[in-house]
Design a protein around this ligand. Structure first.
Ligand code: BG6
Length: 507
């Protein structure tokens, strides 16, 4: 067959994208931070890109008393602050008119009666409830929605779905209890557990990269790959979130959800179809293949907390000196893990994960390091040792993929040097990468849960990390290793790598 050649990007506008049916988005926690920072800007962008149904409304629900007009003003403020919109435009003005607000207590039946009346008046086919509220309230809100009959569609074409924010539980037992609670009132097909990492363009691209290309999958295994490093580094500290973070820590906050999802996409077997259940089945297989974390006497887990230091030229306080953090806190702000997968594909290939706050640089990447070539035929002619091939998926901020390979240095001598081949989203496609929340909100409206976490994944991910928390709690010493803010984590994490004859990548 002749090569079809590259697609004409100018045809993009002619593509017919699936459009959701008429929808009302009900945001519980409408006066909160997530709504302002992420949800309202996301619906504005979706509307700008004409991805929302023609009939689309938003009902904000929260405790704070607020008029519809005040909620609309909050919408415009949040677009100004978080979507870079200097002043309202045609799209935001039209969208503002579709916003209404209800205030009330989430356990008050009267609130649900008023909500029911609003939903009836909106005559939308679909209703998407977004729980941007403290996790302790998830169960109650779902129970009240169900008792008020709001989780059942009023027309045959209708649907009712619920997006549940993280954290989904704090350990295995609480996640199981929450799943049981949700399943009492909702079918699993109605539950959308959000993990915003799955909405990131580069994370989704892992599926395309691996399974739509013929050249990577054949070498994606223990015969060719030496090890994998997944890094999620942030420069920010705990900010104003100590109330939540003190009880969470890096393992719960970043590993149990985001990094496990990324790991599953890197390590999964090829699904037989790009369907929600098949993809999620294969991802779940990865989780269950991971050997217990504490097997090596805890040697495969390193935790640490930042001391005072310098980040990006600014002096920053120690974690223990941050607002509302206990002076004796042992909450980890950094964690590094070595995971071994018991599978034919990955046996003997360690997956190293690290995440931390107050690192020198904000970057999330997946680095696949290949084995060295077996025949060092160049060792006599080239003084420098050969660097193994490396494939790097830059998840953020500089989204793209790079491959490192050896090349001959120009000149009369046979000298080798590593070079990089780079693909960058921005320059290759010339479009801005959509925000994760845009993709995920749209998928929920379309009823596609592929990029949402299924109940079994969430539970098994907790099952994996809960023993580490239990061991930390039981540890006689109540101290935690520390690292200076602005460095790449504690010496213990380097030592974990060194014990395997490896090192963390310098980023
Ligand atoms: C959130 C965590 O889920 O992810 C935060 O609660 C963290 O602590 C954030 O800062 C990181 O997300 P991103 O998209 O900035 O990598």
């Amino acid at each position: 067959m002749p090569d079809a050649g590259p697609a004409n990007p100018l045809l993009d506008g002619l593509r017919i994208e699936p459009a959701p049916a008429s929808t009302t988005l009900v945001i519980f926690g409408a006066s909160g931070d997530l709504t302002k920072r992420k949800l309202l800007p996301a619906i504005y962008h979706l509307s700008r890109n004409q991805r929302l149904p023609a009939q689309f409304n938003v009902i904000g629900v929260a405790r704070t008393p607020m008029s519809d007009d005040a909620f609309r003003a909050q919408f415009h403020d949040s677009l100004h602050e978080f979507a870079g919109l200097q002043s309202p435009d045609e799209v935001s003005t039209a969208m503002g008119r579709a916003l209404t607000y209800l205030n009330g207590e989430t356990d008050d039946p009267a609130l649900y009666a008023r909500l029911g009346a609003c939903l009836e008046a909106s005559r939308s086919d679909g209703v998407l409830f977004y729980l941007a509220i403290p996790p302790s309230a998830y169960g109650k809100v779902v129970e009240m929605l169900s008792r008020s009959g709001l989780t059942r569609p009023s027309t045959p074409a209708g649907w009712r779905r619920v997006i549940v924010e993280k954290p989904f539980g704090t350990d295995l037992a609480s996640a199981q209890a929450l799943n049981r609670e949700l399943h009492t009132h909702l079918d699993e097909s109605q539950v959308f557990r959000i993990d915003h990492y799955l909405g990131k363009e580069t994370v989704q691209n892992l599926l395309v990269f691996r399974f739509a290309n013929g050249m990577f999958e054949p070498v994606w295994n223990r015969r060719y790959i030496d090890h994998v490093q997944i890094t999620a580094a942030e420069t920010v500290g705990v900010e104003q979130r100590a109330g939540y973070y003190e009880g969470a820590g890096a393992l719960r906050d970043m590993v149990q959800n985001h990094l496990m999802q990324v790991l599953a996409l890197v390590a999964m077997e090829p699904p037989t179809a790009f369907s929600a259940e098949t993809v999620r089945d294969r991802k779940h297989d990865v989780l269950v293949s991971i050997q217990p974390l504490m097997e090596n006497g805890g040697g495969n887990v390193v935790r640490a907390q930042y001391r005072a230091g310098w980040v990006n030229g600014n002096q920053v306080p120690a974690y223990r000196d941050e607002p509302n953090v206990s002076r004796a806190s042992t909450t980890e702000t950094y964690v590094a893990l070595k995971l071994n997968l018991d599978s034919w594909r990955w046996a003997g290939v360690p997956f190293y994960l690290r995440t931390g706050k107050r690192m020198p640089k904000r970057t999330t990447e997946i680095a696949i390091q290949f084995r060295r070539p077996p025949l060092q035929i160049f060792r006599k002619v080239s003084a420098s040792s050969i660097a193994p091939n490396l494939l790097i998926v830059n998840v953020q901020p500089d989204e793209g993929i790079s491959v490192r390979f050896e090349a001959k240095l120009p000149g009369s001598r046979m000298q080798l040097a590593p070079v990089m081949m780079n693909f960058r989203y921005g320059s290759a496609f010339g479009v801005a990468v959509p925000e994760a929340y845009e993709t995920l909100l749209l998928d929920a409206m379309l009823g596609d849960p592929t990029l949402y976490a299924r109940h079994d994944f969430v539970e098994d991910s907790w099952a994996l990390i809960t023993p580490a928390h239990q061991a930390w709690k039981a540890a006689a010493a109540r101290e935690i290793p520390t690292y200076e803010a602005g460095v790449w984590g504690p010496a213990e994490a380097d030592a974990m790598m060194a014990a395997d004859g490896r090192a963390w990548r310098t980023l």
